[in-house]
Design a protein around this ligand. Structure first.
Ligand code: ZN
Length: 150
């Protein structure tokens, strides 16, 4: 278990230092801005849709390592997925980070996102980890206002 935790930490560090899909999309079909005032995390998510599929996704922003790593992992995880699949993944993810520490993690369903399972031990970090996901949902629902996790 210690090895797994170490591996998870390394992956989080890697994604926070070298976030994937970290750029704007000029011709985005949808975008939204998310803000987590508790920590100061800010993220803008851009989405290109083809029919009902997330053909491309990217983000920009600044914040703590967890928020950045989570946004990076989120973009990797939902690219090529349908809106419904992305929503289901968010539900799985949300259940994981708001679960009790030690709860079984659905690694088959979550894939790489499971590296953030340790967040459930730190309730104050849950908003950091879920900010990008809430922002994605807002973009897909074409909400124009800023998402603020108060
Ligand atoms: Zn944060």
């Amino acid at each position: 278990m210690a090895d797994l935790r170490e591996l998870y930490q390394e992956t989080i560090l890697d994604h926070s230092k070298k976030p994937r899909n970290f750029h704007e999309i000029a011709e985005a079909d949808a975008s939204a801005v998310g803000h987590n005032p508790l920590c100061g995390d800010r993220v803008t998510v851009y989405v290109r849709l083809r029919d009902d599929t997330i053909a491309d996704i990217a983000f920009v922003g600044q914040g703590c390592a967890i928020s950045k790593a989570s946004a990076s992992l989120m973009t990797d995880a939902v690219k090529g997925k349908s809106r419904v699949q992305a929503h289901q993944l968010f539900q799985l993810f949300h259940r994981m980070v708001t679960g009790k520490p030690g709860d079984p993690v659905n690694t088959a369903g979550l894939g790489k996102l499971a590296v953030l399972s340790g967040v459930s031990e730190f309730p104050v970090r849950v908003k950091c980890a879920s900010l990008a996901w809430h922002t994605l949902e807002a973009a897909l629902e074409s909400k124009k206002e800023i998402v603020s996790l108060e």
